[in-house]
Each structure stands twice: as structure tokens, then as C-alpha cells.
Design a protein around this ligand. Sequence first.
Ligand SMILES: *Cc1c(COP(=O)(O)O)cnc(C)c1O
Length: 417
Amino acid sequence: MAVREGRPPYVVRPSTAVLTRGFDPRLSVGSARPAVFRSSTYVFSSPEAGERAFAVALGRSSPLEGENVELIYSRLSHPNAEILEDQVVPLERDATSAAVFNSGMAAISTIFLTFCPPGSHFVYSTPVYGGTQHLIHQVLEPLGIHGVGVPAQDTGALVAAIRSTPGLGLVFLETPANPTLVMCDLEACARAAAGRSERTLVVVDNTFLGPVFQSPLPLGLDLVVYSATKFLGGHSDILAGVVLGRDPELIGTLRGTRAVLGNILQPDECWILDSRLPTVDLRMVRQSKNAQRVAEALAGHPQIVRFCYPSLFRDPEQVRIRDAQVRHPGSMFSFELRGGKAAAFDFLRRLTIARNAVSLGGVETLACHPASTTHAELSPEELTTNGIAPGLVRVSIGVEDYRDLLDDFRRALDALS
Ligand SMILES: *Cc1c(COP(=O)(O)O)cnc(C)c1O
């Protein structure tokens, strides 16, 4: 079970903290790894303890210093969620607390439904993840929650929209954007939001580069959200979402919405994700090194007309943002083939190591055709505005030997001519 006051006796670095905090083996009969607690309900030690647990859960009272408030029912929280929420915190710089959800979309929709009341506006960077785009148009707009989309790379327009949009509930950013890796200036957006008279939360979907290569909280952001299905899980075998923040009250408010929406991550998935946390750094560093070697070697290939990868940026504003907020280029890239859609399909068919699938962040290399799959919902104009050409292929690099990946990609590219 979780050690609720799980602070280490002295401050250790993140890769140590992720292995030492949040779990006390004495509460799992000495087991070196946490047990899985599948119970849906929890026995109160006394009726008073049950009354007290409900008072805290309903927000009528706050836990006292050192108080162990008892568990109630697993839709509210359960031991494996508590352990995971404690253990994931050290991975995110400046985070103090976390909330886990049963997918990235569950985390994102819970953020909007919690912090954007009907009639309010939010500003968001474009392009955003397809599921988020769908949520904005098909769910939030009909509820009277209005999105103002601004191109991610246009810092001036983002800052102006954040300063001047009336009734602003939230700013929702995604950087780098999918699939072209366009970056937005997190610090400038946070500063603009801080300049408003009412508190305006700034949230970033940090799935592509965080938590290892991009740390938004020290730049002034309020919440960081992940599809933990991707790099945090890292093996393409679970769906999960995580939200982290500096202010525990914001996370507590999200847990309240989560309890009524019923989208907490289940105990088995918590246990699996928990076991992946100590290797997030190892995997992401290896994947980024692999991707950088492959991208830089492929970029000059005669079949490729455009290459999207942070270490290959040429636009001065994009280079400035990259250098200010990103530590390594990461393991996602996309490139446009000379022969358009037919060449892209031909290329995907010829790959033997990389598999043709959507999703990303796993230990295995995946490749897909965004215009006909992940971004198929966009109109032809939206595809063009967002740089998603018919010949664009997106790749998520895994932990294989990069020389084999390079051979695989080169063979497929050479065969196109
Ligand atoms: C996959 C993804 C999501 C959605 O996460 P799920 O776990 O599939 O619900 C959101 N944002 C980004 C950037 C993603 O890649």
C-alpha cells in the first residue's frame, strides 16, 4: 500500500526517487514489488473513519498533517493508483502531485470538463492530437465551451489570443505537434496567461518529449498531461494517462471530476505502468539517439523532399524555441516523399523491421501515413495548413540497433526510384 507521506528522508535524484518513494514493502507482506489490490471497496476501521473519509472525499474537510485518511471505493482511488501517483512525480521537474487516468484522452477530457465551464473560452495550439481535435469540435463546442485555435509556431498570435480572449478558462498547448514536430513557445504563453487579471491555467500535452527531454513546469506552466500509452508505458501494451502539477489542489480537483466520470486507471494497469517508470529515461535516451542517427543519415536522400526533426530545424524561430526548451530531439520524425501518397504507401509496404501502425513511443519502431490515418479527419485545407502532405510518413523510432533501422529505411527508399 502507498506510504501517503512518502517523502524520502533526504533529497535524491529522479532516477533514484522513482525506485525508492511511494511504496513501503511492509504494507505488502514484504513483497519487493507492490501487490495488485483489485478490491472495488475498502473496509473502514470504524464508522467514524468512514465518516471522516467521506468528509475529505467530498471536500468538506482537508487531511491533517500526517493523517492517514482511509480508502473508500476504487472509483475514487485505490492503493495501486496511490503508489503510481507517488512514484511518477519525481520524473517531472517541479511536480508535487499526479493523477492517473485510463487513457490519455480520459486525462485530457477531464482537464477540459473540470476547468472550462459552459460559456467559457479556451485557447489551443494547432495542430493538436486528432482525439483532442475531435473532443473540441464534437463534445466541447456543443456544450458551449469555445476553442480558439492558433498555429503553434506563431508565438505573437498565441500571446495576443491569450491576452485578449474574454472568459478564458484554459490555455491548452501541444509541443512538439504531431506529425510535423512544430514547436510552440511555452514560456511566452505562460507569461501571457500570468498577465491576466484572473487565474488562467496553462496546460501542455507533453507526450512527445516529456518527461525526459522537456520540462514545462519550471517554465511557468500549471499542468502537464501525458498519454502514458506512449513513452511512459513504452511497450505498446497498455492505455493510460497521467496529469502532473505543482499545485496539489489542482490535482485534487481533477481527482474529484475523475471520481464522477469513472475514468481512473485500473489496478492492474497501474501496476504495469509502475514497473515501466524506472526505464523511461533509459528507453527515451536510447530512442532519441537512434532517431537522431537515422534522421540525420536519411535527410539528404534523393527521394525525400522535406524532413521534420528537431535537430534538422532551419526556421530561426523554431531553432530558438527548440534551444530554449528541449534537451534532446526525441524519437519522432516525419518526412515527405517525392512521389506523394503512392510513394508513401510503397515505402510502408517495403519496410521489414519498422511496422506499419499508428501510435508511438514503444520499444519497437512504427511507421504510418498521417494523411490517411491519424489525421484523416482533417479537411484538405487543414491538411495543407498543417503541412501534412500526401507524401508524408511519420516514424516512431524504438530501441533496435539503429544500423539495422537505417538499412531497412534505405532499402525501402532506394527501391522507390
Ligand atoms: C496518443 C496521444 C494522445 C491520446 O492518448 P490515448 O492514451 O491514446 O488516449 C494524446 N496526445 C498525444 C500527443 C498522443 O500522442
